[in-house]
Write a protein that binds this ligand. Structure first.
Ligand code: 2NL
Length: 347
């Protein structure tokens, strides 16, 4: 019996030493110290022993069990410590590695141009007004002297939602709504930036959705010379003090007289090149004196009040300012394009 116990102790401790993982160690515990294990077996067989042998063997069996248990306990602590070390080594962070740079976004070039134009007019006392993109036929057309059936409001050219509701084709409805709010009292001095929509096939110079900025001044004694002076300041501040403007007669249903404004070409200095098509002038916006019908429909007395208005496509202005050759660059979100317009580098 003594021999058997010594042998068990040796065997168990050998297996504890061999165990390389907590799972294997637990198997050793179950095998030697479990209810069906050999030590329990020995203790069960004590009844057959003589009275003097019994306490000796009993004490020895307890010692063997304690020795195995403490060997297991010791090994378990060692394996657990090793497991933590291994995990730490694997999850370790090398704080000496160089960091990954976080790419900061920047403002879209159209946002930059809109804000630049806004600030320019704010400095001349204008207020910025915005309004709905889904608009009533009345505000988009009728109130602008474009009655139903007018050839300039072809159904084919607009995105209609119902007979009376459409996506605005210009930002003028915002100006009409603002004039209505003034209830016949001047002055009105506003610019209206925003998205507009036209049924058109997209190409290098056309987009079915684009941005427009319109300006409107209504007061007593507003004259064509006020319009010309305002546009001249705008052109020089936006494109450089060396630029000239020229006004050509044109037609819009909502202004009378109507003009188109050209900017002197910087590329050829007026001699004639590709961009100005050998004329020395580049067309950049439309304008005119507000049509009396438009003033009257919005509640203004056209004998007392006069006004001027102008409208420009923001993309066209941005293309001329930065030499962009395709309007679609503004909408396709190619970072190689967008990253060239970092605001801190432009302003
Ligand atoms: C263009 C021309 C223009 C206006 C817009 C306007 C607004 C009111 C009354 C009268 Cl409420 N006129 N706006 C006037 C002339 C031209 O836009 O080529 N835009 C891209």
């Amino acid at each position: 019996m003594e021999e058997r116990l010594k042998q068990l102790q040796q065997e168990a401790i050998g297996r504890v030493e061999d165990a390389q993982a907590l799972k294997a160690l637990n198997e050793v515990r179950v095998a030697y110290l479990g209810k069906k294990g050999p030590i329990t077996e020995v203790l069960k067989g004590m009844g057959k022993l003589s009275a003097e042998e019994r306490p000796k063997i009993g004490a020895m069996a307890n010692d063997v069990r304690d020795a195995i248990a403490s060997a297991i306990e010791e090994k378990q602590q060692k394996l657990e410590a090793e497991a933590i070390q291994a995990q730490l080594a694997e999850e370790g962070i090398d704080v000496t590695l160089p960091g990954r740079s976080v790419k900061a976004g920047n403002h879209h070039p159209l946002t930059n141009v809109v804000e630049e134009i806004e600030n320019l007019f704010i400095s001349m006392g204008y207020k910025v007004e915005e309004g709905p993109e889904v608009e009533q036929d009345y505000y988009n057309f009728e109130a602008l002297n474009l009655p139903k059936g007018h050839p300039a409001r072809d159904m084919q050219d607009s995105f209609y939602i119902t007979e009376e509701i459409l996506l605005r084709t210009q930002t003028s409805p915002v100006q009409v709504r603002t004039m209505e709010r003034h209830a016949g009292n001047g002055p009105v001095k506003i610019i209206c930036p925003g998205k507009v929509y036209r049924r058109d096939n997209d190409d290098a110079t056309h987009s079915h959705q684009f941005m427009q900025i319109e300006g409107l001044v209504v007061d007593e004694n507003i004259r064509m010379s006020d319009l010309k002076g305002t546009l001249d300041i705008f052109a020089k501040k936006m494109f450089g003090a060396d630029r000239e403007i020229r006004l050509r007669p044109s037609f819009f249903p909502f202004t009378e007289p109507s003009v188109e404004m050209d900017l002197s070409c910087k590329i050829c200095g007026g001699k004639g090149c590709n961009v100005c098509k050998a004329t020395g002038w580049i067309e950049i916006l439309g304008a005119g004196m507000v049509h009396p019908n438009v003033l009257e429909m919005a509640g203004f007395d056209s004998k007392k009040y006069t006004g001027f208005a102008f409208g420009m496509g923001v993309e066209r202005i941005a293309m001329l300012k930065y030499g962009v050759d395709d309007i679609r660059h503004f909408y396709t979100n190619d970072h190689r394009f967008l990253n060239q317009f970092n605001r801190s580098e432009i302003n």
